[in-house]
Design a protein around this ligand. Structure first.
Ligand code: ADP
Ligand code: MG
Length: 352
């Protein structure tokens, strides 16, 4: 896959630099930085403050342990065992994350559904052996996904044969929530965490101004400095889902990794990316929320996403929608903090 290869290359170039920090200086402005591959993406963490070195290594450990726990490719993970049909006693963390996933499924009328796993597998998105499946196989799996619910059994939670779950649509957002708690506990004054499209902007930048978070231009996915616009954020999550992030081409068509559970095909809703932004609140799970909603709104398309936002989510999150027809639609709460990239060619609309 083209994009992953270029990411690996970039990573190889920067690996030599990881772990470097500025000479001892004002702890509030000196930075500790690391970049690594986890959860199938590139992660970058930059931390400031007196505790930055210990907190940075704790943060990396945290992400790696979540990766092992939530992965469906790690053979021993609870998720893999559930997917093999075993009854599993869930620990408190997984139990509450799976409950949250079930809530998001209901709240998005099934647009977000961790039960898409068998569909993602048949399209080859789990193994990188991409293929366009047979339409009859897709219809069969759409029914399987629709019926996928974790059941209670005397030995623990269990899935029916053929059913499987994939936490890829919320794992990074959840990791961002856990990072925020870690930063708070360790009194990190400022940090920037970028977990493959899931950003946590913690505190301000060293110069006291908000962090600047680029919204990738989905039309120019290979140029990572091509932005549709820039968000100015402080103590906030910004999570982007886009069809350009993982895809393959066959027969002149592009097939990407965000699947519409209702059709079994990659979502084709007229949006090219969705960014969901929320402020951090201690003890809340707004990183996870942003991640689930970015996937769900991408599946829903502009009109349904904005209806759902007005109805249920407008107090908690704001949106940046990039449309196939060249518009960037932002919700009112971002009017001050989003700046359109003048050279991008998009037109800006603000909705409330
Ligand atoms: P990314 O993982 O690229 O940041 P998303 O957060 O949108 O993007 O999640 C996409 C991942 O979630 C896919 O790789 C797949 O594992 C899973 N997924 C795909 N479609 C859905 C869906 N409709 N609901 C829930 N999870 C999904
Ligand atoms: Mg998501």
């Amino acid at each position: 896959m083209r994009r992953l290869r270029s990411i690996t290359l970039v990573l190889a170039l920067v690996l030599g630099l990881t772990g470097c920090s500025a000479p001892p200086a004002d702890p509030d402005t000196a930075e500790e930085h690391v970049q690594f591959l986890a959860m199938d993406t590139v992660m970058t963490l930059s931390l400031y403050g007196e505790n930055r070195a210990e907190a940075l290594s704790a943060a990396e450990d945290l992400i790696r342990s979540l990766e092992a726990k939530l992965s469906r490719t790690e053979e021993d993970s609870a998720v893999s065992r559930l997917n093999r049909g075993e009854a599993v006693e869930l620990d408190e963390e997984l139990d509450s994350l799976l409950s949250l996933a079930a809530f998001f499924r209901l709240a998005t009328e099934g647009a977000f559904n961790i039960g898409v796993a068998p569909l993602a597998s048949t399209w080859g998105f789990t193994t990188d052996h991409y293929q366009v499946p047979d339409p009859s196989e897709i219809s069969r799996l759409v029914k399987v996904v629709e019926e996928t619910w974790l059941r209670d059994s005397p030995e623990g939670h269990v899935l029916e044969p053929g059913q499987a779950i994939d936490l890829g649509g919320i794992a990074k957002g959840y990791a961002a929530d856990k990072l925020a708690e870690l930063f708070r506990e360790r009194e990190i004054p400022r940090a920037m965490a970028s977990l493959g499209g899931n950003v946590l902007a913690w505190g301000n930048r060293p110069d006291g101004t908000p962090w600047r978070v680029g919204v990738q231009d989905p039309a120019r996915p290979d140029d990572q400095s091509a932005f549709a616009g820039i968000l100015s954020l402080k103590n906030a999550f910004a999570v982007t889902s886009g069809g350009y992030q993982r895809y393959f081409e066959e027969g002149g068509r592009v097939y990407h990794h965000i699947l519409d559970p209702a059709t079994g095909y990659p979502a084709d809703s007229g949006l090219t990316s969705v960014t969901v932004v929320a402020d951090y609140f201690p003890g809340e799970s707004f990183g996870t929320l942003c991640d689930a909603l970015s996937t769900a709104f991408f599946v829903m398309g502009e009109e349904d996403a904005l209806d759902a936002w007005r109805e249920d989510w407008s107090r908690d999150v704001d949106l940046v929608l990039v449309t196939e027809d060249g518009r960037v639609v932002i919700t009112q709460g971002l009017a001050e903090s989003f700046t359109l990239d003048e050279g991008s060619g998009y037109t800006l609309e603000i909705v409330s």
